[in-house]
Design a protein around this ligand. Structure first.
Ligand SMILES: Nc1nc2c(c(=O)[nH]1)N[C@H]1C(S)=C(S)[C@@H](COP(=O)(O)O)O[C@H]1N2
Ligand SMILES: [Mo]
Length: 356
């Protein structure tokens, strides 16, 4: 008798660290197109901030014509938009880099998606007006703490180039899956930046400031920078849009299967355009089968799901791989682009199975 299938057990978050709380989504067990918040991955740099009703408002200051404070009621009165968006931590899959890199050793679950509702940041900037010289929009969260490389308390803050900040789909979100955003995911207001790795989507918005100088914050210039060289900072460039990527959800890595028919299935996503093709190999990347994409056409901002029926009669070990191609003809490389801090891993996904 085989063991009962794992899906009889409720899936739960996989804890990487408790303080601050870093947990990944059990991505292999997700079939919802909108992940319930209880299974949404959690990535925090600092302890959770302490919020009161005082925090249900934030100012927009700097190079604006009419600086002002926006309240919860202001936001609720403005026209809103709901978008289904993938949020992927730029450290997702970091644990697969060889040689190893510093940072949280994420496996495949530092990624989730769901429906965010909010007001385009653009709408707020139309209300305040922006000065001609404006170049960057700095968004600061309420959380702060110590970093080992700086000797003072430091807030979580990030900047966006003005062009991305005024993109009509860059949102000041206040709902996730039709509920107020859960506290751990940024209540009451969170920035949502579709197509960028999720470090850009600042939680617990405290203030927004417009400048004409390049923001030098630690989460802008020390972290979330690709350092392709091990020895020095040569060739460094900032982490922005998500790479094209895919993850096999079934079978599980190291699963033991019987001969017969099995469904190989998973998800695929990208940070520009949309997924145009997904291929699967059951012979360790030697030959590839093109796949019918289930949810075709794949939409921008979301992941698509894919499936392939595999008939296997020969017993033995198999390495199953998936690779996605996007509408800009980007595809997953055989080897990841190694970088010192381990961001943007997107090599062909793989699982190993034994058929007996
Ligand atoms: N204020 C604040 N915003 C933040 C962070 C943070 O630590 N503080 N972490 C960022 C990173 S690196 C990621 S991957 C996502 C994680 O969002 P989640 O915890 O809702 O999954 O939030 C981003 N926004
Ligand atoms: Mo992240």
């Amino acid at each position: 008798m085989r063991n009962p299938p794992l899906y009889f057990v409720q899936p739960y978050l996989k804890t990487k660290k408790i303080h601050p709380e870093n947990q990944e989504t059990p991505i292999e067990f997700i079939s919802d197109r909108s992940i319930p918040s209880s299974l949404f991955y959690r990535r925090n740099h600092f302890p959770y901030p302490k919020l009161t009703s005082e925090n249900y408002r934030f100012p927009i200051t700097g190079l604006v014509r009419h600086p002002r404070i926006f309240s919860w009621n202001d936001l609720k009165r403005l026209p809103s938009k709901t978008l289904k968006v993938v949020l992927e931590c730029s450290g997702n899959k970091r644990s697969f880099f060889e040689p190893k890199t510093f940072g949280e050793q994420w496996e495949k679950g530092a990624i989730s998606q769901g429906e965010w509702r909010g007001v385009p940041l653009r709408t707020l900037l139309e209300i305040t007006g922006i000065e001609k010289e404006a170049e960057e929009v700095i968004v600061e969260g309420y959380d702060y703490g110590y970093r080992s490389d700086l000797d003072r308390l430091y807030p979580y803050a990030r900047s966006l180039p003005l062009e991305k900040a005024v993109h009509p789909d860059t949102l000041i979100a206040y709902e996730y899956n039709n509920e107020p955003i859960p506290f751990k995911h940024g209540f009451p207001f969170r920035l949502i930046v579709p197509q960028w790795y999720a470090m850009a989507s600042v939680k617990w918005i405290k203030q927004i400031h417009i400048t004409n100088t390049a923001f030098k914050g630690a989460f802008q210039t020390i972290d979330y920078v690709y350092y392709p060289s091990r020895e020095n900072d040569e060739g460094a460039y900032p982490v922005t849009t998500m790479n094209v990527n895919s993850t096999i959800q079934s079978p599980l890595d190291m699963e033991i299967l019987n001969t017969g028919r099995h469904t190989i299935r998973g998800i695929a996503w990208t940070g520009i355009g949309s997924i145009s093709n997904i291929e699967v190999s059951i012979y360790d990347g030697e030959t590839w089968n093109k796949m019918r994409i289930e949810a075709s056409p794949c939409k921008s901002y979301e992941w698509c799901t894919w499936a392939y029926e595999w008939d296997v009669s020969r017993k033995g070990e198999y390495i199953i791989k998936s690779r996605a191609i996007d509408s800009y003809n980007r595809s997953q490389p055989k080897k990841p682009l190694w970088n010192k801090k381990g961001y943007g891993y997107n090599a062909e996904d793989q699982v190993k199975v034994l058929v007996e």
